[in-house]
Design a protein around this ligand. Structure first.
Ligand code: NDP
Length: 333
């Protein structure tokens, strides 16, 4: 029984691989090049139950076909994490919407054609649930039943909107496939994911998109204003990885597992940094120690937490582990 993890080089996927290997699964990861696969294999200590296949660009709807032709019969479970998550483009269709949608359709079509897959888990996002336009409305409560109302045309105003909508269209395609084929599907819908990189050596001056929120604050200067000033929700990457395993180990068919462990703000993160790492000479923020009372729509994910049944990592711990790893790499801890 093998588990296929698409986008194996990703921040979240590397932790998923780690948890799968610890539980002795046969794991196949997709990577965009041989070099990336070789590096990751070595980083995990070259285990015999980990192998890689190359899938160069998920924008091509046939990109998964060679892999499934070759190894489809081995694969019981597919964890589809690959999707572009960045805001560095103004070609929204080409760089965000199409790869997200075609990647999901591509892997699902290959399953249908060549595979014998029992369970599909798609890494979607809270972005597929929430309505960005009303995120500052404190009277709103979103749950796992809600959908981002964005449209394909309307979302192409900026990269953030287009990314959020890309997650909605990709997830919708997955549910349509599940309805059509009867393949068991669960989606994982995390909010901003913080936490350490799986391997210290992968800490670079720029981190993955969600951790860049923390990285920017670590490298702030005294007196710096909070720009951008985040008031949002977080979850730790290790909890996201655990959820991917539970999604196929338990009967979670049909669930959208909303992963959030509550609010954070840029000021709140600075407060943690200044308390835990007093040696850093960084911004104190405009309102040190003050509770974040800015109105914001809530995400009620009690149902998902009940299904998952494990306690989530606190903001303090998640931020501490992220920052300690960066400072260690920079020789400052
Ligand atoms: P990363 O950017 O670290 O990982 C993205 C992965 O997708 C990488 O393996 C990347 O390959 C691969 N990928 C991207 N575009 C393509 C493409 N065109 N063809 C082939 N492979 C591609 O992101 P995260 O780990 O943070 O995110 C993983 C998943 O989780 C995504 O689906 C994202 O939308 C979702 N998510 C993330 C959140 C977060 O806060 N981090 C929150 C909610 C959802 P390569 O490394 O070679 O570029």
């Amino acid at each position: 029984m093998a588990v296929l993890v698409t986008g194996a080089t990703g921040f979240i996927a590397q932790w998923v691989l780690d948890y799968l290997l610890k539980e002795n699964y046969q794991v196949i990861g997709t990577v965009r090049s041989q070099e990336k696969g070789d590096k990751l294999h070595k980083q995990f200590g070259s285990p015999s139950n980990l192998s890689f296949e190359i899938v160069k660009d998920i924008s091509d709807t046939e990109a998964f076909e060679p892999l499934f032709k070759k190894r489809g019969k081995e694969i019981d479970i597919v964890l589809h994490t690959a999707s572009p998550f960045h805001f560095n483009t103004n070609e929204y269709e080409k760089d965000l919407l199409i790869p997200a949608l075609n990647g999901t359709r591509g892997v699902l079509n290959a399953i249908k054609k060549y595979g014998d897959v029992k369970k599909v888990v798609v890494t979607s996002s809270y972005a597929a649930i929430t309505d960005m336009v009303n995120s500052g409305d404190g009277s709103l409560v979103f749950t796992e039943k809600d959908w981002n109302p964005a449209t394909w045309e309307g979302c192409q105003t900026d990269a953030m909107n287009a990314y959020c909508a890309s997650k909605k269209f990709a997830e919708q395609a997955a549910w349509e496939f599940s309805k059509e084929t009867g393949v068991s599907l669960t989606t994982i819908n995390p909010v901003f994911v913080f936490g350490p990189q799986k391997f210290d050596e992968d800490v670079t001056s720029q981190l993955n998109t969600s951790n860049e929120i923390i990285n920017g604050l670590i490298h702030s200067k005294p007196g710096d204003k909070l720009e951008p000033d985040f008031h949002a929700v977080y979850v730790d990457v290790r909890d996201v990885a655990r959820a991917h395993l539970i999604a196929f180990q338990k009967d979670t068919a049909g669930e959208r597992l909303g992963l959030s462990n509550g609010r954070f703000s840029s000021q709140g993160i600075l407060d943690i940094l200044n308390e835990k790492f007093p040696q850093l000479n960084i911004s104190k923020g405009p309102e040190p120690g003050k509770e974040d009372t800015k109105p914001a729509a809530k995400f009620d994910n009690r149902h998902s937490k009940e299904v998952l049944g494990f306690p989530f990592i606190s903001l303090e711990q998640s931020v501490y582990d992220t920052v300690a790893q960066v400072l260690k790499k920079e020789g400052r801890l």
